[in-house]
Design a protein around this ligand. Structure first.
Ligand code: FE
Length: 135
């Protein structure tokens, strides 16, 4: 088993200074970018998807798939400890929210309608991610 994830904590003013308005809205206010507007939805390059808040590696390109839902979609996280899942009952729905284990930033939700073998679809806002292409 790995060690506990080291937390990144910042004040809201520090997050506002560090993030773009869209990143701040998604990561710190649990916002959702409009479907099909995120720059990483159609990205097919090989590399890592990192948290836009703290740089933690959250998803790998090999787990990305074309869900057609309008947001970057992954079958599983880069590491089971990289993300935390929480029940979310907002907007009259019952969903599972996904946050960054290191900084607590909101990433998106996970749904049980993904492809095999996991059957999961991590539906993640582009604004909460940065992409680092593999060399
Ligand atoms: Fe983070």
């Amino acid at each position: 088993m790995g060690e506990a994830v080291e937390k990144v904590e910042r004040t809201e003013a520090e997050w506002r200074a560090a993030l773009t308005p869209e990143q701040y809205h998604v990561l710190r206010e649990k916002g959702t970018e409009r479907a099909f507007t995120g720059i990483l939805t159609e990205n097919h390059e090989t590399g890592d998807y990192q948290c836009a808040g703290c740089g933690a590696v959250l998803f790998m390109s090999g787990a990305k798939f074309d869900s057609g839902c309008g947001w970057p979609s992954f079958m599983l996280p880069a590491d089971s400890k990289a993300v935390v899942e929480h029940e979310d009952r907002s907007f009259g729905m019952r969903r599972i929210e996904v946050t960054c284990a290191r900084c607590g930033g909101h990433l998106g939700h996970v749904f049980p309608d993904g492809p095999r073998p996991t059957g999961l679809r991590y539906c993640i806002n582009s604004a909460s991610l940065t992409f680092e292409r593999a060399e």
